[in-house]
Design a protein around this ligand. Sequence first.
Ligand code: ATR
Length: 288
Amino acid sequence: MNIDGKTRTLGVIGNPIEHTVSPVIHNNLANITGDNFCYLPFKVEESNVKAAIEGAYALGILGLNVTVPHKSAVIPYLKDIDPLAKRIGAVNTLVSCDGGYKGYNTDMPGLLRAMRSDGIEVKDKEVIVLGAGGVARAVAILLSDSGAKHIYILNRTISKAKAIADEIIKDKGEIVTAMELSDYSKLSGNDYICIQATNVGMYPNTDCAVIDDNAFYDKITKGYDIVYNPLETKFMKLCKEASAESFHGLKMLLYQGIIAYEYWSGKSISDDDALKVYAKMLESMGKT
Ligand code: ATR
């Protein structure tokens, strides 16, 4: 990387930020594409979100990623917002535009592209979503937009699952069913794709999964965990024990970054280049 007078700055704002893998994604992408970009982490306190965005724009920063806990907090300070990000209520990518930043959500398109890269297609499939928090809601919206045949949202607190189901049903019809987590035995099929959309099983509490019963995993053929630390979660182990294919969330992280980079650079990143960056991510995590 040669920083000179023409270098454009990119970065990520969040708190904490020390463990972010995003600089590995974007600085490697800049190397591969030859773009004169430099991507940095910025720790931003909640009370400074507005100042950070205005300051970044004043400094001519080309774009920013936004991570926990600021994904909704940035919205009031944007010049414009993409319809998907607005619907999800969370922005993870800011792109410089006339007078400020336009906000996008690349997490969910990133999940879709990661699933496709792993050979998982949700169109016309029955999909189980575990959880009904902010991430699960976004996943359910994505699935309903992507032609899933039916979505079952299973959550410990049924009222939250119902709220998401009602929201989607209003838009798309009866393609969603809300269920209590413990009601999985009522699911009759045995060819479900399951997306684990809670943070259960994430480091350091790695010995947990929202459902432990092997009988549940017998219903699944493909299990996708949004968690990527550890790279093999308890959910994934249970899937494997039931002969289901299982995937961790690191490719979702990769592709949300790839899509953000495509917005900033105006270039399309090939799957080959994406996979080169993926190898660098694994290397940076000591997982080669
Ligand atoms: P996020 O924004 O990451 O989605 P969140 O909105 O706090 O986080 O949602 C966390 C999700 O994980 C919720 O669905 C939560 O279930 P409840 O709605 O019942 O709280 C789920 N969750 C967290 N810990 C859980 C546990 N030990 N067992 C089952 N579900 C759990």
